[in-house]
Design a protein around this ligand. Structure first.
Ligand SMILES: Nc1ncnc2c1ncn2[C@@H]1O[C@H](COP(=O)(O)OP(=O)(O)OP(=O)(O)O)[C@@H](O)[C@H]1O
Length: 368
């Protein structure tokens, strides 16, 4: 992942292989009443990347452009080094796609459907059947795979959708809200499966969610968009590490310690019986230790904590960094402005059923 600087297109290693699986430059998509993507520039490296944004943020629009199914209004994008404007068919041969909404014919079995999709991707009959059996086993569908899909649970349907995205052995899969409609256990299983798509098969994954926290454990990188704009793109580790804090518990005199650490230049908050000290650098440990010794109180514990990603996006600080918001600051970001995608979405997308467990009028809170 790189930030918005740098050259366009996929960089290449010294063997000429692309080191970015997706590269967009100033990519925009404007509908008559909505700007779905707004000059989005981002690179996605191999691995698992979470694309996070509230309902209407532009995630599905980006995926459709990347697949060459929908033309961008302006800007450019490359997938596996191929130009989405001209190489759509080739891209679709190398990429698997799991759509957001229910799209499975109810009268056929998972096996019949996935074999069909494999054949559509160009696999010969025997290979299509073998790959289908392997893929359905991988996603955890066994005897049920011979039953008509109309009787499947949401979790089983999501697994079939994942299987058909994998059956032709793609290099990259684009998974649009794969945890939609799943209960917490189902979500965990799906996220585990997605992780294994990369670790077991080396396939890169771009997975979308409107729930910021849920991709934290699954993704190597996180891209956050809102109103079609890029808010943040970095490794998951960077997201959480940079705001690490030190939880300090002492036997007594917490308030005195708080004042003392503040005077030493540290940012400290009181949280119940704990003091949470922002970790500016390694020296923060020494300052805490010295202050505790000087007060002569007992140190019960001192532990470094990472923030959960979701904590970084609050109403007060929607962009993770005060100085890191999109141009114009938070007031230009998510909101109810005339161009607000979230606000217009239900009307613009009428006819498209809301996925289970999501709201048509997303207010950004889920992702925030
Ligand atoms: N075909 C279309 N015509 C007009 N507007 C559209 C169309 N498709 C999407 N939009 C609008 O573009 C914006 C972005 O939609 P998109 O589906 O990409 O968001 P999303 O982040 O995938 O959200 P969700 O997961 O809820 O679908 C929304 O305001 C939506 O209403």
């Amino acid at each position: 992942m790189r930030d918005s600087r740098g050259t366009h297109g996929c960089g290449a290693d010294h063997y000429g292989r692309p080191v970015t699986v997706i590269a967009t430059e100033s990519l925009s998509k404007r509908y008559p009443r909505v700007t779905a993507l707004d000059r989005l520039t981002v690179d996605v490296n191999p691995g698992v990347t979470g694309l996070v944004g509230a309902n209407g943020a532009g995630k599905s629009t980006l995926i459709k452009i990347l697949l060459g199914l929908s033309p961008a209004t302006e800007g450019r994008a490359r997938v596996l080094g191929l130009d989405v404007a001209t190489d759509g068919a080739e891209i679709r041969g190398l990429v698997g796609y799991m759509p957001e909404h229910d799209c499975l014919p109810p009268d056929v079995s998972a096996t019949e459907f996935v074999v069909h999709m494999a054949r559509m991707s160009g696999l010969p009959p025997t290979a299509a059947r073998e790959r289908t059996a392997d893929t359905l086993r991988h996603v955890g569908l066994y005897e049920e795979r011979y039953r008509p899909m109309g009787g499947y649970s949401t979790g089983m349907k999501q697994r079939v959708k994942l299987a058909q995205a994998l059956v032709h052995d793609p290099k990259l899969v684009l998974l649009d809200e794969p945890t939609n409609g799943l209960d917490p256990a189902g979500r965990d299983e799906m996220l585990g499966l997605i992780r294994r798509v990369h670790t077991d098969f080396g396939i890169s994954v771009l997975v979308t969610s409107h729930l910021l926290g849920e991709l934290e454990r699954t993704s190597d990188h996180i891209v956050v968009i809102d109103g079609g704009k890029l808010l943040r793109a970095s490794s998951t580790r960077d997201f959480t590490q940079e705001t690490a804090s030190l939880a300090v518990e002492v036997t007594d005199r917490e308030q005195d310690l708080l004042v003392m650490l503040g005077a030493a230049g540290l940012t400290v908050q009181s949280s119940g019986h704990l003091l949470l000290v922002d970790m500016a650098d390694e020296e923060s440990y020494d300052l805490v230790r010295d202050a505790v010794a000087q007060l002569g109180v007992g140190l019960v514990r001192m532990e470094q904590r990472r923030h959960r990603i979701a904590e970084l996006f609050t109403d007060d600080n929607p962009y993770g960094h005060p100085e890191d918001g999109p141009e114009g600051g938070p007031d230009d970001g998510p909101g109810d402005g005339p161009d607000s995608p979230a606000g217009d979405r239900a009307e613009e997308k009428s006819g498209t059923p809301a996925a289970p467990g999501t709201s048509q009028e997303g207010d950004g809170r889920d992702a925030a």
